[in-house]
Ligand binder design. Structure first.
Ligand code: NDP
Ligand code: HEM
Length: 501
C-alpha cells in the first residue's frame, strides 16, 4: 500500500485543490444543491463531452504501435526515405470492422480495416487499407449508397439483408468483394490472423523522376485463421471483444504479431497494356503477371496507454503521402482523398493533426495556426504568411512529383459498360477447395434468408457468369437452408422482420 501522503492532491481543471470529492454542497444535509458547487458542475459538464462522434464507418476497432523494418532494397522505384534499406519507422496500425457501431461484436462477418500511419522522417504516410485486395464499388459516387445498405434500415432500425443483396445484385462490380466476404476469409479469428492490403493502386517515383504503379500487401506471419459462422456465434456469446482481447494480450505477453510487407510493381507505361483497368479497385493484379516483391517486416509491439487519446482520436487519411509515394487515377481513391480529412475536422477538430497520436515525428512548419483547440503557443513572428520578406519556411522544389500525362473529355463515363466483373471473382472461386466452396455457398445462402426471390435470382445470375458451379452451389444451399419460400416484402416492417429472422 503506497503512502497516501505521497499521492498528489486532486484538483479542478484550473488546478485548484479539491477538499471533498464525495459530497456536493447542499443547503442543509437533505439538499437542495447550490449552483456555486463548481466542482460538481465541472464533473457533470465534462462527462457530457466525453464522446466524439464515432467514425461513420469502421467505428469498432483496435490499434497498436509498432515498427516497419525495411529488409530489401526498392530504392530503384522510390525515393521515399521510409524505404531506406535497413531503416526502422514507427507505425500505428488500427484494425476495425466496417459496418457495426462502436459497441459491435468483433467476431462478425465483415471486411476488416487495416489502417497504417507511418511516422516517417518526411511526414506521416497513411496507408488506409483493408484485409481484402478489392472493394465493393469503384466510383466514390456509390460509396454512401453502399454504406447505407450496410447500416440500419431507416424505419426498422435493423440491418436489412434485402437492402444489401438488392444493392449488390444491381452493382455487379461488387461480386469480387462479395465472394471474399462470404468465403472463409470473411470472418477472421482475430486481427493477427489476416492479411492487409493497400487495395488501391498507388504510385512510387524515384530520384530520376520515373513513376511506377504499386500495390501494397501485408501477409500475416501468424497464418490465416478463420471462424465458421457457428464458431463465431459461440465466440460472440462469450466475448464481444475477441479480436481486441487477442491483439492486446498477444502484445502484452511479448508475442508480437508480424506481417511480411510486399509490393507489386507495374512500370508507368504498363497501365496501357493490361486487359483490365489497373486503377479499378474491384480488380487485383494477378501474381503471375506482377509477382510480390519483398520490402520488409511490420511488427506490432506496443499497446496504447490511453485508448481514447491514441486510438479513438487516431486520424488516418489516404491523402497523407510523402515524397516518393503518390496517388493514381483510381476514381475511388480520388474520392477518399477528400473524405477522410473532412471527417477528422468534423469528428475530432480543426487541429486534429497536432494531437500526440497524429502529430508527425518530424518538424512541421505551416501557417494554419488559429482555430479551436490551439493548445500550444507558436512564437509570434512577422512571417505568418508566404511569400514574405522576413524569413520562415519556404517550398522545396526538389520534392515535386513527376508530371502525369492524362487525356480524355470530361464526362460521366458508364463504369459498368465493357467492364469484366466476372473473370477475377471466377478465378477466386476456382482456386478454392471443394470444402471452401461449400462454405461459400452456405454462407451466402444463410445471409440471403428472407431476401425477395427476384433479388436472389438476379444475384445468382452474377454467380453464374463468374462460374456456373458457383451459381449451382448457392442455389442448392438455398434449397437446403431456407426454411420458407422467399417472398417480396411489402412494407418496411416486413423488411425489418426478415432482417431479424
Ligand atoms: P494466386 O494463386 O497467385 O493467388 C491467390 C491469392 O488468393 C493468394 O494471395 C491467396 O492469399 C488469396 N486467397 C486465397 N483464398 C482467398 C479468399 N478466400 N479470399 C481472398 N483471397 C484469397 O492467384 P492470382 O494472383 O492469379 O489471383 C487469383 C485470384 O486470387 C484473384 O482473382 C483474386 O480474387 C485472388 N487474390 C489475388 C490477389 C492478388 O493480389 N493477385 C490477392 C488476394 C486474392 P494467401 O497467399 O494469403 O493464401
Ligand atoms: C474509415 C470514407 C473507401 C478503408 C472511413 C471514414 C470515412 C471513410 C469517412 C471515417 C474516417 C474517420 O472518421 O476517422 C470512405 C469513402 C470511400 C471509402 C468515401 C470510398 C469513396 C474505403 C476503402 C478502404 C477503406 C476502399 C480500404 C481499401 C477505411 C478504413 C477506415 C475507414 C480502414 C478506418 C480508419 C481508422 O481506423 O480510423 N472511410 N471510405 N475505405 N475507411 Fe474508408
Amino acid at each position: 500500500m503506497s503512502d497516501p501522503n505521497a499521492r498528489p492532491v486532486l484538483t479542478t481543471t484550473a488546478g485548484a485543490p479539491v477538499a471533498d470529492n464525495q459530497n456536493s454542497i447542499s443547503a442543509g444535509p437533505r439538499g437542495p444543491l447550490l449552483l456555486q458547487d463548481y466542482q460538481l458542475i465541472e464533473k457533470l459538464a465534462h462527462q457530457n463531452r466525453e464522446r466524439i462522434p464515432e467514425r461513420v464507418v469502421h467505428a469498432k476497432g483496435s490499434g497498436a504501435y509498432g515498427t516497419l523494418t525495411v529488409t530489401h532494397d526498392i530504392t530503384r522505384y522510390t525515393r521515399a526515405k521510409v524505404f531506406t534499406p535497413g531503416s526502422q519507422t514507427e507505425v500505428l496500425l488500427r484494425f476495425s470492422t466496417v459496418a457495426g457501431e462502436r459497441g459491435a461484436a468483433d467476431a462478425e462477418r465483415d471486411v476488416r480495416g487495416f489502417a497504417l500511419k507511418f511516422y516517417t522522417s518526411e511526414g506521416n504516410w497513411d496507408l488506409v487499407g483493408n484485409n481484402t485486395p478489392v472493394f465493393f464499388v469503384r466510383d466514390p459516387l456509390k460509396f454512401p449508397d453502399f454504406i447505407r445498405t450496410q447500416k440500419r434500415h431507416p424505419a426498422t432500425n435493423m440491418r436489412s439483408p434485402t437492402a444489401m443483396w438488392d444493392f449488390w445484385s444491381l452493382s455487379p462490380e461488387s461480386l469480387h468483394q462479395v465472394t471474399i466476404l462470404f468465403s472463409d476469409r470473411g470472418l477472421p479469428q482475430g486481427y493477427r490472423f489476416m492479411n492487409g492490403y493497400g487495395s488501391h493502386t498507388y504510385s512510387l517515383w524515384n530520384d530520376a523522376g520515373e513513376r511506377y504503379w504499386v500495390k501494397f500487401h501485408f501477409k500475416s506471419m501468424q497464418g490465416i485463421r478463420t471462424w465458421t459462422n457457428k464458431e463465431a456465434n459461440e465466440v460472440i456469446a462469450e466475448d464481444r471483444e475477441s479480436a481486441q482481447r487477442d491483439l492486446y494480450e498477444a502484445i502484452e505477453r511479448g508475442d508480437y504479431p508480424r506481417w511480411r510487407v510486399c509490393v507489386q510493381i507495374m512500370p508507368e507505361a504498363g497501365a496501357e497494356k493490361t486487359p483490365y483497368n489497373p486503377f479499378d479497385i474491384t480488380k487485383v493484379w494477378p501474381h503471375g503477371d506482377y509477382p510480390l516483391i519483398d520490402v520488409g517486416v511490420l511488427e506490432l509491439n506496443r499497446n496504447a496507454a490511453h485508448y481514447f487519446a491514441e486510438i479513438e482520436q487516431a486520424s488516418f487519411s489516404p491523402s497523407n503521402i510523402v515524397p516518393g509515394i503518390g496517388f493514381s487515377p483510381d476514381k475511388l481513391l480520388q474520392g477518399r482523398l477528400f473524405a477522410y480529412a473532412d471527417a477528422h475536422r468534423y469528428r475530432v477538430g480543426t487541429h486534429y493533426e497536432a494531437l500526440p497520436v497524429n502529430r508527425p515525428r518530424c518538424p512541421v512548419h505551416h501557417h494554419h495556426a488559429d482555430g479551436a483547440m490551439r493548445f500550444d503557443a507558436p512564437r509570434g513572428t512577422d512571417h505568418y504568411y508566404e511569400p514574405n520578406s522576413f524569413g520562415g519556411p519556404v517550398e522545396a522544389p526538389s520534392v515535386k512529383e513527376p508530371p502525369l500525362r492524362i487525356d480524355g473529355d470530361a464526362d460521366r463515363y458508364n463504369h459498368r459498360e465493357g467492364n469484366d466483373d466476372y473473370t477475377q471473382p471466377g478465378n477466386l472461386f476456382r482456386l478454392m477447395t471443394p470444402e471452401q466452396q461449400q462454405h461459400l455457398f452456405n454462407n451466402i445462402a444463410a445471409a440471403m434468408q428472407g431476401v425477395p426471390r427476384f433479388i436472389i435470382d438476379r444475384q445468382i445470375e452474377h454467380f453464374r457468369r463468374a462460374d456456373p458451379a458457383y451459381a449451382a452451389g448457392v442455389a442448392a444451399a438455398i434449397g437446403r437452408i431456407h426454411t420458407a419460400p422467399a417472398s417480396a416484402p411489402t412494407t418496411a416492417a416486413d423488411v425489418g422482420q426478415q432482417a431479424a429472422d
